[in-house]
Design a protein around this ligand. Structure first.
Ligand SMILES: [Zn+2]
Length: 182
């Protein structure tokens, strides 16, 4: 069964079955690798270019505590030159999924199938991040006030691709392989 539809991964892949953990006592935990190196849908209008990292799921008295770090690639518009680029950043995740639902004030819960859905959590986190200004690269000089053209100067434009490959390699070496394929 392929979960790839129209060139992206379906957001149902962001659901994780935690039934096994619920049946264990509080204090038990599992480490879950998150490895989506291609475009994944988070919501109708939100896609991520990549999503990788690790989450630790811990059974607590209140439900399932989800903690960890995720590396995210999200298409944004540069605030200086207005060009689209892939903004890459890390997200610190720490969220309780209540079980049973409504047992406390958590906004998230384990559903009746024993699954947690990372999509609404990711949407919330990514949209918060998207309220901050970003530039395609530190040296971006933006647009010419007179012509509206993108400014390129000798001290200005570096090779964006190489710069990004470098940054991404630090986050996840597997993506360097992916970049070669692309
Ligand atoms: Zn720019």
């Amino acid at each position: 069964m392929s979960a790839t539809v129209g060139g992206y991964l379906n957001k149902r892949l962001l659901r994780i079955n935690v039934g096994f953990l619920l049946s264990e006592g509080p204090g038990n935990s599992r480490e879950i690798p998150i490895e989506f190196s291609q475009r994944v849908q988070v919501d109708e209008d939100l896609f991520l270019g990549a999503l990788t990292g690790r989450l630790i799921l811990t059974r607590t008295k209140e439900g399932i505590l989800v903690q960890g770090q995720l590396n995210v690639a999200h298409e944004r518009e540069c605030d200086r030159c207005l060009e689209e680029f892939e903004h890459r950043f890390g997200l610190d995740i720490a969220e309780l999924y209540a079980s049973p639902p409504g047992a406390n004030k958590s906004a998230f819960s384990v559903d009746s199938n024993g699954e947690i859905d990372l999509a609404p959590l990711l949407r919330e986190e990514v949209l918060i991040e998207a309220t901050y200004r970003v530039v395609c690269q530190d040296s971006c000089r933006g647009l010419c006030a007179e012509t509206g053209d993108k400014l390129v100067g000798e001290s200005g434009l570096r090779d964006r691709g190489d710069d990004f490959a470098e940054n991404f390699t630090e986050i996840d070496p597997r993506l360097a392989v992916l970049k070669q394929l692309l």
